[in-house]
Every structure is written in C-alpha cells, then in structure tokens.
Design a protein around this ligand. Structure first.
Ligand SMILES: Cc1cc2nc3c(=O)[nH]c(=O)nc-3n(C[C@H](O)[C@H](O)[C@H](O)COP(=O)(O)O)c2cc1C
Length: 418
C-alpha cells in the first residue's frame, strides 16, 4: 500500500474541527450509554440507568426483545419504506415517542424544552412528566404540537385536577395517567449513592467534580432544579430525596379516579402501566383511548412481567378499540419492528433519549432517535415489508418469540469504543 493510500484511509471523517464528535462516534444505544456514563457523575448516571431492587426486570426487559426471531419475506420492492403513522389524530414520522422522565434538568441544563424541540424536529410525540423540571406552559412554548402530559394522581386531588386543566389550557394533546406508582419503587443504586435531588455537595460529590468538571459547570450555570409543575403548591417535593416522592403519590387511587379524569379531560386519555388483559378490558369500559404497556423500565415492581409479553394478550383483549403503546427495554429499531408486528401502535423510549441528552442536549436526543429510526428502516426493509400496515398484517408470519433469549455479545466488547 502506498503512503497516499494509507493517508486516505486514516483521514479524519468529519469536516470542520477535523475530528468526529462523541455523538458521531455513537453507533448504537450501548455506545450512547457508555458516553453518558463518562459524562455524568456516578449518582446521576445511576439515577437514569438503574432499576428497582435486584434489577431483575431491568435485565428481563432486554432479554424479552432478545427472544425475537424474524422470518423475512423476499423479492419485494423495499426501496422506499414508509415508516409514518397516525395516532390520536396526529401524524407521526415514525412509530416512536419519548416517554415521560422526571428531573431532566439534572441530566442537561437545556432540560425538557430541548427534548421537546428534538421530538418536534423528528415528528414524534414527547410526554412531559408531572415531576418535570420545566413548567408545562414553558414546554408548550416550544411550539411542539404533539405533546402528551403524564399525570401522577397525587394525594392532593385539587393539585392533580389543576394540572389537568393547565395541560388542557396549554394545548397538550394527550393525557397519560401513570398507574404503576402506588408507591415509589426502591432503586437500590440511588439508596447506595445517598442520591438526592438536587444532588447534594457530599464529599463524594465534591470529589466527582474533579473528574466531571464539564457536567458541574453546566449544571451550576443552569436554572435551579425544581419540580416546576408543582411549585405553586406546598408540595414536599421541592428539595427531597428520591424516596420522599412517596409523599406525593397516592396509594389509594382506584378506577373511580380514572372516571373522574375521563370526565375532566376532553382529549385522548391513556393509561400507563403493566396492564394485563382484564385491566385492558376495564380500561376500555372506563373510556380510555389507549393503554401504554410499561413496567416503568424496571424502576417500579421488580420481577414485573415484560410489556412485550403483555402485547399479544392485550391486543386480543382490545381488538381495534384501543391504541397500544409499549416501552421498557426498547434499544434498537428491530425492537420497534417486532413490537409493531406483535400488535403495538407505537413504541416509546426513556433511557435512550436521556443518554443522548446527557451527551449533547437536543442534538443528543436527536442522535438517539436517528439511530433507532435508521435501524427500524433497515429492519423493515430486510423483513421485506414496505409500510407499517403491512408489518402489522404479516406480523404473525414475520416474528416469533423463542423460549429463551438468543445469545448476544455487544459489538466491539462491553464498553464500546466512544
Ligand atoms: C430517569 C427516569 C425517570 C422516569 N420518570 C418517569 C416519570 O416521571 N413518570 C413516568 O410515568 N415514567 C417515568 N419513567 C419511566 C419512563 O416513562 C418509561 O416507562 C421507561 O423509561 C421506559 O423504559 P426504558 O428506559 O427501558 O426505555 C422514568 C424513567 C427514567 C429512566
């Protein structure tokens, strides 16, 4: 090989600075997670990454998708696959949405508005959490027209209903009620880290500043971390340990509360949690428009069934009367293809976009979405289908679930190469 050819091979791949950015070097969700781990202080990374108790569900959510085995069709013209869909009267560019996550400002100072802008730029819905760090009116200011609001039914019902009215007045499109948080899950990593919100300057935190100066400077320059939607109240959540969230949640919520919310909310209403077929039927009776099958990404009930295993029974119970959204463990576009083939209308992600946000704010969220959508497009093409209607129609031929997870080894080793 001549010198000129070698030079050509090692030529920097990006223009401008002459080196690729960390985001460009993230080629899958493992890479993005590794990059986020390097960027965030340990306690903050663990807050995002961790699950409840023994993290059995956290691991099982991935194992569920590793049981997916595709049987593709061949000799179909797949040169222009159409990934667009329509849900609750809104057009989506891909069957993907951003799930509600609390305390986003702790992960990146641009916080929830940056996530909303990324979602809008990619034509996807974004769900704002009750425990967001930006007021819902300020997120609506981004102009994103497909915002969902995730509601925790709080002990203080007047405050709960005030949130519903504010979400309606601000133009939120969908109300999603989380039903898997009768009490806060026990996240062992948070307990071990003595994790508080906002992060306290304990000795370990001070030592962490030395190794993560970029994170700390940006957080210290940013707006203060508050539960912005609950600020007007006497809520105990203003400066609280994660465990103190228990003081907000109401373990006494019942189907009567859903009836009350249905009466108050004129738009689409979705129930979020690990709902089995009996509860799906109940949700239809209660007037819900959709069910978001979720085990909170393994952060609430450990040993909880994986949403992928709830999907077929839920679809059989619901028929076409309900939309089915699924999250918990989606890390690859192939996961989305499989979930749609098995009956879902939409998949959502939590941690993947937070890893992206940690690394690059809005650009990082867009990177996470772009990776998943590119993987989905390729999977759909290799499956030999041209659009999502076809994917659903031929789902039973295209996807089988093996009894145990297929063997897996991360490409390039455990720690990626970012
Ligand atoms: C850091 C973090 C905070 C979360 N906060 C909320 C929340 O405030 N409300 C809620 O309904 N779900 C919350 N979730 C759960 C997500 O909405 C979603 O169900 C879950 O992240 C999906 O699993 P995945 O992270 O494997 O994609 C949170 C998840 C994470 C990772």
């Amino acid at each position: 090989m001549r010198m000129r050819e070698i030079r050509e091979l090692v030529r920097p791949r990006a223009s401008g600075l002459g080196r690729t950015s960390v985001l460009d070097r993230c080629h899958d969700m493992d890479d993005l997670r590794t990059a986020a781990r390097r960027r965030l202080p340990r306690a903050v990374f663990d807050y995002v990454d961790g699950g409840a108790d023994e993290e059995i569900t956290l691991a099982a959510n991935r194992d569920a998708f590793r049981r997916v085995c595709f049987s593709p069709r061949v000799l179909r013209d797949v040169s222009a696959p159409d990934l667009s869909t329509r849900l609750f009267g809104a057009d989506l560019r891909s069957p993907l949405g951003l799930a509600p996550t609390g305390y986003t400002r702790m992960i990146h100072p641009d916080a929830e508005p940056a996530v909303a802008r990324a979602a809008a730029a990619r034509g996807l819905p974004y769900t704002l959490s009750t425990v967001a760090t930006t007021a819902l009116e300020d997120v609506a200011e981004t102009g994103h027209t497909n915002l969902w609001f995730q509601l925790y039914v709080l002990k203080d019902r007047a405050l709960t209903y005030a949130l519903v009215s504010r979400a309606e007045a601000a133009g939120f499109h969908v109300l999603e009620v989380a039903l898997d948080t009768a009490v806060a899950g026990h996240r062992t990593r948070d307990a071990r880290n003595g994790f508080t919100i906002p992060p306290r300057l304990a000795l370990r935190t001070v030592l962490d500043i030395g190794t993560r100066p970029g994170y700390w400077t940006s957080v210290l320059r940013g707006a203060p971390l508050t539960l912005a939607n609950l600020q007007a109240s006497d809520s105990p959540g203003q400066r609280a340990t994660v465990a103190a969230l228990n003081d907000l949640f109401d373990p006494a919520v019942t189907w009567d509360d859903i009836a009350e919310l249905r009466a108050r909310w004129p738009g689409a209403l979705i129930l979020k949690g690990p709902l089995g077929p009996a509860d799906v039927r109940r949700a239809i009776e209660a007037g819900a428009d959709g069910v978001h099958l979720s085990n909170h990404g393994g952060r609430q009930l450990d040993r909880c069934v994986s949403p992928l295993d709830l999907l077929r029974p839920a679809r059989e119970a619901a028929g076409d009367r309900l939309a089915l959204v699924l999250d918990s463990g989606v890390r690859h576009g192939a996961d989305i293809a499989a979930a749609l083939a098995l009956g879902a209308d939409l998949c959502m992600i939590g941690r993947p976009y937070l890893y992206g946000a940690a690394v690059g704010g809005r650009a990082g969220v867009e990177r996470a979405v772009d990776l998943l959508v590119a993987q989905l497009r390729r999977t759909v093409q290799l499956l030999g289908v041209t659009d999502l209607t076809e994917l659903r129609k031929h789902g039973p031929e295209l996807v089988a679930l093996t009894p145990s997870p297929l063997p897996h080894r991360p490409a390039g080793g455990e720690d990626g190469h970012v």
